[in-house]
Ligand binder design. Structure first.
Ligand SMILES: NC(=O)c1ccc[n+]([C@@H]2O[C@H](COP(=O)([O-])OP(=O)(O)OC[C@H]3O[C@@H](n4cnc5c(N)ncnc54)[C@H](O)[C@@H]3O)[C@@H](O)[C@H]2O)c1
Length: 142
């Protein structure tokens, strides 16, 4: 079972908690957010899920194998590097970073870490888009 830790429980974070928990072999184990209201909301939707206001606690957690970063854009670079330092795989929301320099740093850190990095772009990875691709491939191969 792959344990997923979600940092940021605003608009996208709770969707990731639900979607990853529905995947076979994966389970959201912990959520971090600075805002107590967001923490209370996620606890009411997912009773028993562990929560913290300090994302470092989540990164130090043994039952978190991979981290979803769904915080505002300016946090993506720092949190991605911290997650690699903690030995976690990373799914970070788009945009990956705020600048080209930060982007280069993240690419180098990914290679050095030996971990997986996925940059989330809902429109490109949704089941609906996958189905559209399948239909177009089928139609154009006739
Ligand atoms: N996947 C997509 O297609 C897609 C679409 C739109 C936006 N996004 C990106 O998703 C990310 C999240 O967007 P959102 O709309 O959910 O934002 P949001 O503002 O609704 O939620 C962000 C959450 O992060 C929390 N947070 C901020 N700093 C924190 C910290 N240091 N530690 C812990 N929690 C912290 C906030 O309290 C908030 O609850 C953004 O980077 C946005 O650009 C992705």
């Amino acid at each position: 079972m792959i344990g997923i830790g979600v940092i940021g429980a605003g608009y996208w974070g709770p969707k990731h908690v639900r979607n990853f928990s529905e995947l076979p072999g994966a389970r959201a184990t912990m959520v971090a957010d600075l805002d107590e209201r967001r923490i209370r909301a996620i606890q009411s939707q997912h009773p028993g899920i562990r929560t913290t206001s300090n994302y470092q606690d989540l990164l130090n957690s043994q039952d978190v194998d991979a981290v979803v970063i769904a915080t505002p854009d300016h946090w993506h670079h720092r949190m991605t590097l911290d997650a690699f330092d903690a030995g976690k795989h990373v799914y970070v929301e788009k945009p990956m970073t705020w600048s080209i320099e930060q982007g280069r740093e993240v690419v180098a850190a990914t290679a050095k870490s030996g971990k997986l990095l996925m940059v989330g772009s809902g429109a490109k990875t949704s089941p609906l888009t996958a189905k559209a691709r399948e239909i177009i491939t089928e139609l154009t191969s006739r």
